[in-house]
Design a protein around this ligand. Structure first.
Ligand code: CTP
Length: 402
């Protein structure tokens, strides 16, 4: 594979020597593009010796070969490691001030960046906005890791380790386009079941995992319908801006069920990530319930339909149905998940352990995927984006893709 490695001006550049070695050792044709600034940390001679290819930094070198776009056009993969705050800002703005800038604009290959900077710079709103822009454009981000930084301080900002960057980057190339031609429907968020015009029964789902499942599918080539119930602020901003994703908003389980049934009619894959209320109030008051109405000793509930089981029972030929189950670790999670998969009649059930402070919100997730034979076919732990990648790998494998 023709791989371009951009190296920018941070102390973590020394780790990228190992990254380039790993890629060369795996037999890839590696072309390093250092920025001028990065040469203060690691010199051209090192990059040429390690990559076994000529290395230049300027768009004015090797002009006859149109080098400023040729490297980007030839690349199967571009990795920028370390990616400084300045480089990420330049990428977000589309600047082409040097050979790395022109290469990044000229490439259509997957781009993976490994940010490295001090925690304050990583958390600055400018960097946050630049990362959101890059993510929206399909740039893959590895890290940064949390740990000791050069100034003796500690926090998120360390460049991820070279072997992790290589693994993530190569996985993205492998996956690029593997879901092309598929139509998928994903539900996310938590339903709200009204009690009166101002109150509802709801749950703590943030909608993040489902949004990542939708984003991953779109990035791998699928056309995505995302049906979103109640979600945290901002969760849908990036994913619903992707051209391959169309988003529908719903509130109750009944509305979610209707939207999913309609969308599933044309879908190859249905993934139910939404946290659906099992019950709704038997009566919905059309005016606000007041204390003067008398004490409300209990709320009568009636069961909602099981949307997932219904979709599985009516699945069209060749359709893959995937459920999610959030389980607290009070007993054998996997055994419960096995029984749930069978009961619901789905192809795959993704089980994640939740607690008062895990599984919800922006944090990490740990999942196991139960397959048709009842065995665990995949396990993943990490960011919700990383988990989404593993879930789609399992779905692709179940459909015999690759
Ligand atoms: N689900 C659904 N319709 C419902 C309830 C759940 O489609 N009325 C879906 C969820 O979207 C999820 C899966 O079913 O994909 C598992 O939900 P879960 O609440 O764990 O299943 P339950 O059958 O409600 O089991 P439990 O008794 O453990 O809550």
């Amino acid at each position: 594979m023709f791989i371009v490695v951009g190296v920018t001006g941070g102390i973590a550049a020394y780790k990228s020597v190992h990254l380039v070695r790993l890629l060369v050792r795996e037999g890839h044709d590696v072309h390093v593009i250092p920025t001028e600034d990065s040469l203060r940390f690691i010199g051209l001679t090192t990059w040429e010796a390690i990559s076994r290819n000529p290395v230049t930094t300027s768009v004015h070198d090797d002009v006859a070969q149109v080098r400023h776009v040729a490297l980007g056009q030839s690349a199967d993969l571009v990795i920028v490691a370390p990616a400084t705050a300045n480089t990420l800002a330049a990428m977000a703005a589309g600047l082409a001030a040097d050979l790395l800038g022109t290469t990044l604009l000229a490439t259509t290959a997957p781009v993976v960046v490994a940010p490295a900077m001090h925690t304050e710079m990583w958390r600055h709103p400018a960097t946050t906005a630049n990362m959101a822009t890059l993510r929206r454009r399909g740039v893959h981000i590895v890290g940064p890791a949390d740990g000791p930084l050069t100034g003796g301080d500690s926090g998120p900002g360390r460049m991820s380790e070279p072997d992790e960057i290589v693994a993530v980057a190569l996985a993205h190339v492998r996956r690029t386009g593997d879901l092309a031609g598929l139509t998928v429907v994903v539900s996310t968020g938590g339903t709200r079941e009204p009690l009166d015009p101002v109150r509802f029964l709801g749950n703590r789902s943030s909608g993040r995992q489902g949004a990542e499942i939708a984003r991953e599918a779109a990035q791998r080539g699928a056309t995505v319908v995302l049906v979103a119930a109640s979600i945290d602020d901002g969760v849908l901003d990036e994913v619903s801006a992707l051209p391959a994703v169309s988003t529908m908003r719903v509130e109750t389980a009944a509305q979610l069920g209707g939207a999913m049934t309609d969308a599933a009619a044309d879908a190859d894959v249905v993934v139910m990530v939404a946290a659906v209320a099992d019950y709704r109030p038997a009566a919905v008051s059309d005016r606000k319930l007041r204390k003067e109405d008398g004490p409300l000793a209990s709320i009568a509930l009636v069961p909602n339909d099981d949307i997932l089981a219904g979709l599985a029972a009516r699945r069209r030929e060749g359709q893959t149905i995937v459920g999610f189950a959030a389980e607290t670790a009070d007993d054998d999670v996997i055994e419960r998940a096995r029984r749930k998969r069978e009961r619901k009649g789905v192809d795959l059930l993704v089980v994640n352990e939740v607690g008062w402070d895990s599984g919800f919100g922006p944090g990490e997730n740990t999942v196991a995927v139960i397959g048709a034979a009842g065995s665990v076919v995949a396990e993943a732990a990490g960011s919700k984006a990383a988990v989404a990648g593993a879930v789609w790998d399992a779905i692709a494998a179940a459909r015999g893709i690759r």
